[in-house]
Design a protein around this ligand. Structure first.
Ligand code: BGC
Length: 736
């Protein structure tokens, strides 16, 4: 017999509005059942023991399940680089995917991840992380797409679109969560223009895409915790943007004041019954919270579940996990993401692509050459087996060459190997130990721990233990999150933007003896390269590149694939050109200025500008046109002037000579990745909505586009001297 929930699903399918079917369902729920849906509904102590002893990433987190009515609840698995429960395909991290500037490819990634989630029963993907990269030291920089709001919004919207073909998706962390060690305690101060023009446009873009769920951030904004922040949750998210999905908290210690969080519009405290339940129960009996308020939160959750068909979503066959289609997609993404930063001539020819004779000797050195290193070891970790390391990829690809590698080699012996070889590939950078989610002790959570119930409700504990047994998707032990102190890798914000001293010493020493030295950097965001870059002819940004990253790297080095990645952030000559960053800050101001925009404003030349990346061919742009109607359309012709097929990214920047308000010299308003065959021309059109030119009116919280002349540029990176200038004249100020 169909359950009450299944009947509601049926009705929704037959045309009843999900919010109506959900309201009917909620009307049948007891008060206890409604309260049960306001948090994970899972006992804290059993849950916490489970996740700290290997259960994290072994099963999806479940919430809002009501047995009596057949409400299945939702089942959350993290991201963003793949399914985190059990063994799955590891995609390159989001920052790498940002470097592809390829929203269509990102839809395919979302589609693949969504399918993999459905193989283990998850129906809520936690991977749409779009906090802006304000500073590259942020430990979780790799989980977002870059420093530019338009670019981040397009990439995140694409991931959402792909994933939501199969599951619901979660947009996180709302908002201004781009510091890691201080995330539980820091207050971010921001004014209205910086908030709406810099830190929120990409969130809005993804809300407009139809994302199902929003996760609040741990930090506070302008003095109020995000999980109970009326301005963020009620005024902006619900009223101004019209978000109709449901809002969940970030995980443990994500909620401070349970009652206030309910009033502000937080629907579910995740993942357990923690801080919220007792105060809400008390407030209900004191009349400080009404049953209607509780019901409205539950209705939003159920409306979304019904709208997406949760409970009856198609289940993927388990063979979809790590299927060759997904692994090859991860490789394609890795190949399109690697950014060629430098490629100079050695003996009259560019060092890359490698032009090797049979039995050439290649020295592979550096501590990251032979290790599985696919990024953060916290919530985004993916238990992919058989990750292809740089060493393995190069060995297999250059099977005719002699590969010299010794994992135990000292600095001296690596230098010797490099000297005696025809070229040296140095693989250096970071691991999850130097950057990633911070899962160490934080003094900021001590007072909250006291608000957690002293003991578990025995019924919940029993139910959860069954769930643990029935839903385990263990990865082999060697792939489970590695511990440094019995729990997780500690990660956190980077201590420095430079490579580790040992890596720098190695580069100096190898470059002295081997003129054909290629440095491959593995990292999740910008690295300052100033102290060594002049000593080597070639540098490649390799990222945390996923399951088949080593194959992708070999294909780029050999020229089997032409590099086409472009930087989703600026690389400065010096860290002082970036905004202030203190990983232990209690309070920090996010103003308008970060990344390329700040360098432009301060007159600091970047080492590598936003959007930059070489190819093994060259492109020239011509025939710029602009057409203004409901949107602004930019057109140009892209000619591949070289002898290899390749791809570039057409980037449109807009600025003004005279502006009534401070604004970036150049702001990205549109972009398009384009493949062009050698010698051929492709005509490209990029569309920018007026919103991408808009200014926030802080008097009445609306938007307008300044009238007058806008200087637009069509180029291959920010400040490209070969950009085509295009004038956009707005006759009359436009109110949006
Ligand atoms: C992270 C979230 C993640 C959650 C669940 C939190 O610590 O901040 O991004 O989704 O854990 O794993």
């Amino acid at each position: 017999m169909a359950t009450t929930y299944e009947l509601a699903l049926e009705k929704t399918k037959n045309g009843t509005k999900p919010e109506v079917a959900a309201a009917e369902l909620v009307a049948l729920m007891t008060l206890d059942e409604k309260i049960h849906c306001l948090d994970g509904g899972v006992p804290f102590w059993v849950g916490i023991k489970d996740i700290t002893t290997g259960g994290y990433h072994s099963r999806p987190f479940r919430a809002a399940k009501v047995e009596r009515l057949g409400i299945p609840g939702f089942h959350f698995s993290d991201g963003p680089r793949g399914l985190v429960v059990g063994e799955a395909t590891a995609f390159p991290v989001s920052m790498a995917r940002g470097a592809t500037f390829d929203p269509e490819l990102e839809v395919r990634v979302g589609d693949a991840i969504g399918k993999e989630l459905r193989a283990i029963g998850a129906d809520l993907y936690g991977g749409i992380c779009v906090n802006l990269l304000r500073h590259p030291a942020w430990g979780r920089a790799q989980e977002t797409y870059g420093e530019d709001p338009h670019h981040v919004g397009e990439m995140g919207a694409s991931l959402t679109r792909g994933a939501q073909r199969h599951v619901m998706a979660t947009l996180k962390h709302f908002a201004l969560n781009s510091m890691e060690n201080a995330r539980f305690g820091v207050d971010v101060k921001v004014d209205e223009r910086a908030l709406h023009e810099v830190y929120l446009p990409h969130f809005k873009r993804i809300i407009d895409e139809g994302v199902a769920c929003v996760m609040t951030a741990y930090n506070s904004v302008n003095g109020e915790w995000c999980s109970q922040n009326n301005i963020l949750l009620a005024d902006i998210l619900r009223h101004e943007w019209g978000f109709a999905g449901f809002v969940i908290s970030d995980w443990i210690f994500g909620v401070h004041d349970g009652v206030q969080s309910l009033h502000a519009g937080l629907d579910v405290e995740m993942p357990y019954r923690m801080i919220r339940n007792a105060p809400i129960v008390a407030a209900l009996s004191d009349g400080l919270v009404t049953e209607e308020l509780v019901a409205s939160a539950v209705t939003r959750t159920l409306t979304t579940m019904l709208k997406f068909g949760v409970g009856k979503l198609p289940v993927s066959d388990r063979s979809v996990l790590l299927c060759s289609e997904h692994v090859l997609l991860s490789q394609e993404v890795a190949e399109k993401s690697m950014v060629l930063l430098k490629n100079e001539s050695v003996d009259g020819a560019s060092l890359l692509p490698l032009n090797l004779k049979k039995s050439s000797k290649i020295a592979i050195v550096g501590r990251l050459a032979g290790v599985r290193n696919i990024g953060d070891g916290g919530s985004s970790d993916v238990m992919a087996p058989n990750v292809v390391t740089p060493l393995q990829g190069i060995r297999e690809h250059f099977a005719n060459c002699e590969i010299v590698y010794n994992s135990q080699a000292t600095l001296e012996s690596q230098v010797q190997q490099a000297k005696q070889s025809d070229l040296a590939i140095v693989v250096v950078g970071y691991t999850r130990e130097e950057e990633g989610e911070f899962i160490g002790d934080s003094p900021d959570t001590v007072s909250m721990a006291a608000l957690i119930p002293r003991q578990d409700d025995p019924d919940l504990a029993r139910e959860y233990k069954n769930y643990m047994i029935e839903n385990h998707h263990y990865a082999p032990d060697e792939l489970r999150i590695k511990s440094r102190n019995g729990t997780f890798s500690i990660g956190g914000d980077r201590e420095s933007l430079r490579l580790l001293d040992a890596d720098v010493q190695l580069i100096h020493a190898v470059a002295k003896v081997q003129p054909r030295t290629i440095v491959v950097i593995v990292a999740g965001s910008a690295v300052v390269l100033s102290e060594w870059i002049n000593e080597v002819p070639a540098v490649l940004m390799g990222w945390y590149s996923g399951s088949n990253g080593g194959h992708a790297l070999a294909n780029i080095l050999s020229g089997a694939v032409n590099p086409s990645g472009h930087l989703p952030f600026v690389i400065p000559y010096d860290e002082s050109h970036l905004p202030f960053f203190d990983r232990d800050a209690k309070s920090i101001t996010y103003d308008y200025w970060h990344g390329q925009w700040k360098l432009d404003r301060d007159g600091n030349k970047p080492m590598f500008p936003f959007g930059f990346g070489w190819s093994y061919t060259n492109f020239s742009f011509s025939n710029a046109e602009i057409e203004v109607s409901e949107t602004v359309k930019f057109r140009c012709a892209v000619l591949n002037t070289g002898s290899r097929d390749g791809a570039t990214v057409v980037q449109i920047y807009a600025g003004r000579n005279n502006s009534a308000v401070e604004r970036p010299k150049r702001r990205l308003v549109a972009f398009k990745r384009v493949e062009v065959r050698a010698g051929e021309t492709v005509h490209v059109e990029c569309t920018a909505p007026f919103q991408n030119f808009a200014t926030r009116n802080i008097e009445n919280h609306s938007w307008f586009v300044e009238q007058g002349l806008w200087n637009c540029e069509i180029g291959q990176f920010s400040g490209d001297p070969e950009s085509l200038p295009v004038a956009l004249t707005i006759r009359q100020r436009i109110e949006l």
